[in-house]
Design a binder for this molecule. Structure first.
Ligand SMILES: [Zn+2]
Ligand SMILES: [Zn+2]
Length: 136
């Protein structure tokens, strides 16, 4: 039995399971469509509130890529992402980063750095093969 970290309503649980069962970092709209298949009466606002709560309690990650649609991640350990600017595909990456990266960022900025994530933008293998134009 997985230990419930927080009391979850059936709808919140369905939201969490939709994200954890997905490996492509879905958007709120995609999660809503999936939850609605099981809970036909669920409202988008309910799903959205569940996403907000689950990310604030650290059960999921909310990722922003500056394109207006947050993506959600059931993997919450520190990792980085590459996003395809052609099709929006988003994959997990574990590049070997310099161990002192956060220390150097802290020295340069004067900030106390407590987390960091790196986003790589480019074309996925499918899009680069299909010859999708690279942004200038
Ligand atoms: Zn692509
Ligand atoms: Zn991820």
């Amino acid at each position: 039995m997985p230990r419930p970290a927080h009391r979850l309503t059936p709808q919140r649980r369905a939201v969490l399971e939709a994200i954890q069962g997905s490996h492509n970092h879905p958007t709120a709209a995609q999660i809503y469509a999936q939850v609605k298949a099981q809970h036909p009466r669920v409202a988008f606002g309910t799903v959205y509130k569940a996403l907000d709560l689950l990310s604030r309690t650290g059960q999921i990650l909310q990722l922003e890529f500056g394109d207006g649609a947050s993506r959600y991640d059931g993997r919450v350990d520190r990792h980085d992402h590459a996003i395809c600017t052609g099709c929006g595909r988003l994959v997990d990456l574990d590049p070997q980063l310099p161990k002192d990266l956060a220390v150097r960022a802290s020295r340069a900025s004067g900030f106390v750095i407590n987390q960091h994530m790196i986003q790589f933008f480019g074309l996925c293998p499918d899009c680069s093969q299909a010859g999708v134009a690279r942004p200038a």
